[in-house]
Design a protein around this ligand. Structure first.
Ligand code: DON
Length: 349
């Protein structure tokens, strides 16, 4: 065999081998460094027991319906990229998704407009301010800040295509439902309560209009956003939504590709920078996992390539993040080497 033929053959062999390996990598949905079943079961139970009697923090009360939710509710669910579920506590109690909806509104906006267009129109800079800051809308060069503060989320909702506010809302609900893998619905009492009290968000929408950073009618966009925040989810459903992100946008339970895989890193990087608002820097420093909170008491943390953990516990800290959820996720992340900045998270000991 001539040297040339040999090189071509080994080139073809190399190509076929690479294609086979790439294919394995693409269809493989279980990380080679994923914790064992036993490790997940033990750690989830420990995280639950360690913090179940922690009574620090306080329910959100600026949305009156949230103040009425039982502050003792506490549930933890982990869903892995190969569809396994570990859960304990109040994991089947529906609560309002609140700001966690912002993650999936961003995802749908990117499906429709592409990531670059959304980035241009909304931005992705942490504000270092409370999630509902009005001064931040004036001060931030992008005005909308990022998709996870109220201003940026209202701007993102205004980008969703549709001929009416109702059509946009229905599209969002259908999209969230695909990510959860089970039908979600509006918590009417939470929606009515927030709609009757959201003057701050309306002010933000008018300021965005002043800076040409809202792309549909301002008050209609606030209404779509308010409905999105009032969607009911259980910790179990929220963990599936997070696991869809961890699994390159493919729901690991239904097998449906919900989010384009190339958009997932944008969604997760924004979660790391701004998912816990003005608590995000401390969270990244101490825990190092992309996460998103909501004032309903939920937090979802995404462990890329491994799975997601959702915790529901209503009492919040001053930044608006569930106290018990942060503690439980931090504990699990530490015990299972999930910090994405630690080489141990990819198996390098
Ligand atoms: O607009 C609001 O204030 C609420 N619908 C959502 C805020 C929120 O969840 C912030 N989360 N930590």
């Amino acid at each position: 065999m001539s040297h040339f033929v040999h090189r071509v053959r080994s080139g073809i062999f190399g190509f076929v081998l690479l294609a086979a390996l790439t294919n394995v990598a693409i269809s493989q949905s279980k990380s080679p460094v994923a914790p064992s079943e036993q490790a997940y079961n033990n750690i989830v139970k420990q995280a639950y027991d360690n913090f179940k009697d922690d009574s620090s923090g306080k329910n959100a009360d600026y949305i009156p319906a949230l103040a009425k939710v039982d502050s003792k509710l506490y549930g933890i669910a982990i869903v892995t990229t190969d569809g396994r579920v570990y859960k304990i506590g109040d994991v089947d109690k529906a609560f309002s998704i609140q700001s966690i909806s912002k993650v999936f509104t961003l995802a749908l906006a990117m499906e429709e407009l592409g990531a670059d267009e959304v980035f241009k129109k909304v931005g992705s800079e942490p504000t270092g301010r409370p999630f509902n800051s009005i001064p931040a809308v004036v001060d931030m060069p992008t005005h909308a800040g990022n998709p996870y503060v109220n201003a940026g989320a209202i701007a993102t909702a205004s980008l969703i295509r549709g001929s009416s506010a109702d059509e946009k809302w229905k599209k969002l609900l259908a999209f969230y439902t695909k990510a959860a893998g089970t039908q979600l619905s509006l918590l009417e009492d939470v929606y009515q309560s927030e709609a009757a009290t959201n003057t701050g968000n309306k002010a933000i929408s008018m300021l965005l209009a002043k800076y040409d950073r809202i792309y549909s009618d301002p008050f209609e966009s606030v209404d779509v956003y308010t409905k999105a925040c009032s969607v009911g989810v259980t910790a179990n459903q929220l963990a599936v939504m997070g696991a869809t992100l961890a699994n390159n946008g493919k729901n690991p339970v239904t097998g449906e590709q919900v989010i384009k895989r190339e958009n997932v890193p944008h969604i997760l990087s924004a979660m790391l920078m701004a998912g816990l608002y003005d608590g995000s820097g401390s969270w990244a420093w101490h825990v190092g996992i992309p996460a998103k909170s909501g004032v309903g008491g939920g937090i979802v943390a995404v462990m890329p390539g491994k799975g997601a953990m959702a915790v529901f516990a209503p009492p919040l800290d001053n930044a608006g993040n569930s106290v018990k959820a942060q503690k439980a996720i931090a504990y699990v992340a530490d015990q299972l080497n999930m910090n994405i900045f630690s080489p141990a998270s990819v198996g390098l000991q």
